[in-house]
Design a protein around this ligand. Structure first.
Ligand SMILES: *Cc1c(COP(=O)(O)O)cnc(C)c1O
Length: 413
């Protein structure tokens, strides 16, 4: 469900002609639909209304300040993974008590700022990290709260780079060690262990692995209760899959129906951390066709967006639908490639693509999550501009970079 639709033959974002945005702001250009973004957040909130969880949007999916602001204004909290994301969260006025912080490698500086700002809790990923948080909180004269991130060792069908809940992944703590830590919790004088966290991976299209992960932690919570250990929160992470191609992911409602009974039986307050589900289909990347190159074996459509703008095809072999801004009846098999000096610089391979000409525009669909936020300046390319559309209103939410931005922190010594 999204607000990028053809009216007659032209692609619109809400009430705005996308071709006009491309001409006004140039390309490559990220275009977001406000109502698609908020619509996904509200859909999840409605599906879970019985248990009223705190929905902490995962900042790394798309960390633009306007995206964050739109969500927190509608009641969301934020899931962060670095000091930079904490800075963004506070900058847009997210109440600290709606921020949860995960990462296997939090630094001393990051931990101490997060404690000083009073975030809801850290999701702790190892014993040494817990010791470190305890020591830093002590030196600040504070008691800080943590949830133990459990690695539930569940099998998830998704790209191997985005599974996080297998015991061979670097994330979380196995149940045996988590148990030992909880039994020894009195040793950590400046830390209150208030919950458990799981996040088993990303772009998960079926509920079974979520159910299996939650069942494992529920049983663990019961085991802790027998030892007199009462927790307050269960953070079930993110990972909900979306439609890129012909996936049939569980809807928010199906997901909710399957897990709400399990969550209720824990008696804990629930936190969730969706990223892709909220932002993924709320953004598209507009790119201009520079050249059509026919070689003896292939047709290449060379466009002005590259792997520095959208790395998902190169990194994960990810599929993004590619549509012309003006409908064209004929299509042909082609590779859609960027200008970067790497053979991995492609947006689509061996794909039936509309018969575009030089100067036409293409929309790379479902790029609202892990699009701009993973972009870089590789090949000294300027990072794209971003605009947000709400009905017929258009706002620039990030200017296109300039050459001055490119060298801002460098010296020619
Ligand atoms: C990345 C991440 C998320 C969000 O994942 P999505 O697949 O985008 O929903 C949630 N929690 C943690 C800890 C993460 O690292």
């Amino acid at each position: 469900m999204h607000e990028f639709k053809y009216k007659n033959t032209q692609l619109y974002c809400e009430n705005v002609l996308v071709g006009k945005l491309a001409k006004t702001f140039g390309t490559p250009l990220y275009v977001y639909s406000y109502h698609t973004l908020i619509g996904h957040y509200l859909k999840l909130k409605a599906a879970f209304s019985q248990i009223n969880p705190l929905i902490c949007y995962s900042v790394k999916a798309n960390s633009n300040l306007s995206i964050l602001k739109a969500l927190i204004t509608n009641g969301a909290g934020l899931d962060i993974v670095s000091g930079g994301e904490l800075f963004r969260a506070l900058k847009v006025g997210c109440p600290a008590k709606r921020i949860v912080y995960a990462s296997v490698g939090k630094t001393e500086a990051e931990i101490s700022t997060a404690i000083a700002k009073g975030i809801l809790f850290f999701n702790v990923e190892s014993l040494p990290e817990l010791r470190s948080i305890d020591r830093i909180a002590g030196s600040l004269g504070k008691i800080t709260r943590v949830a133990i991130r459990i690695n539930p060792d569940v099998e998830v069908k998704t790209h191997k780079f985005i599974t996080t809940g297998k015991i061979t992944n670097k994330f979380g703590i196995d149940l045996n060690n988590a148990y030992k830590i909880l039994l020894l919790r009195a040793k950590f004088k400046n830390v209150k262990i208030c919950g458990l966290h799981i996040h088993i991976g990303s772009q998960i299209t079926e509920s079974a692995p979520f159910v299996s992960g939650i069942k494992k932690v529920s049983a663990f919570i019961k085991k802790l209760e027998l030892k007199g250990i009462r927790l307050e929160y269960l953070n079930i992470g993110g990972g909900l899959g979306i439609i890129y191609d012909n996936e049939t992911p569980q809807t928010a409602q199906v997901y909710a129906d399957e897990i709400i009974p399990l969550l209720k039986s824990t008696g804990l307050k629930i936190i969730m951390e969706p990223g892709r589900f909220i932002a993924g289909n709320a953004g598209i990347l507009i790119t201009k066709v520079l050249y059509i190159k026919n070689t003896p074996k292939k047709k290449f459509i060379i466009v002005d967006a590259g792997m520095n703008d959208l790395i998902r095809p190169a990194l994960y072999g990810a599929y993004h639908n590619i549509l012309p801004l003006r409908k064209i009846s004929k299509s042909e098999k082609a590779d859609v490639v960027g200008p970067i000096c790497e053979s991995g610089d492609f947006l689509a391979k061996e794909r039936m693509v509309a018969n575009v000409k030089e100067g036409d525009y293409l929309a790379v669909m479902s790029t609202g999550a892990y699009g701009f936020s993973m972009s870089s300046n590789y090949n000294s390319r300027l990072r794209a501009a971003e605009v947000m559309v709400s009905e017929d209103k258009v706002q620039v939410i990030r200017k296109r970079e300039t050459y001055a931005d490119l060298i801002r922190n460098e010296f020619a010594k």
